[in-house]
Design a protein around this ligand. Structure first.
Ligand code: NI
Length: 131
């Protein structure tokens, strides 16, 4: 991790790949990740961790399947939301968004259970910003 401040604008400008988070920094055992997204991710579950979303730019929707059935939340830029552990979720954005994620280091983007992973979704624990 860098000992210098990180410009999120520069960090976001340094990559174009969609649904492929970059690790900005670490906080104790957690990654702060940023990602560019457009179109649909996949339904997946993180069995043992919550997942925090902050929308930096654009608008993100997150489909949720919980005890109440299926619903979706809408996050305009500046909105934050935490998906509780064990909740099936599917992020999507018709027009594209830039997002920040906060989750334990090693958390897979596609969770512990998921649908088939299409080519446009990167199944990763996050990439370094430099690489
Ligand atoms: Ni997730």
């Amino acid at each position: 991790m860098s000992s210098e401040p990180t410009s999120l604008a520069k960090a976001l400008a340094s990559f174009d790949v969609l649904w492929s988070p970059r690790i900005v920094t670490r906080v104790n055992d957690y990654d702060v990740r940023i990602a560019k997204v457009k179109g649909e991710h996949i339904w997946h579950v993180h069995e043992s961790t919550d997942e925090f979303f902050l929308v930096l730019d654009g608008e993100l929707h997150i489909g949720l399947r919980d005890g109440d059935g299926e619903r979706a939340v809408t996050l305009p830029a500046g909105s934050a939301f935490t998906v509780p552990r064990g909740t099936e979720h599917k992020p999507y954005s018709a027009d594209g968004a830039s997002i920040m994620l906060f989750e334990p280091t090693g958390t897979l983007t596609v969770g512990d259970r998921h649908e088939d992973v299409p080519d446009h979704v990167d199944a990763t624990t996050g990439h370094s910003l430099e690489g």
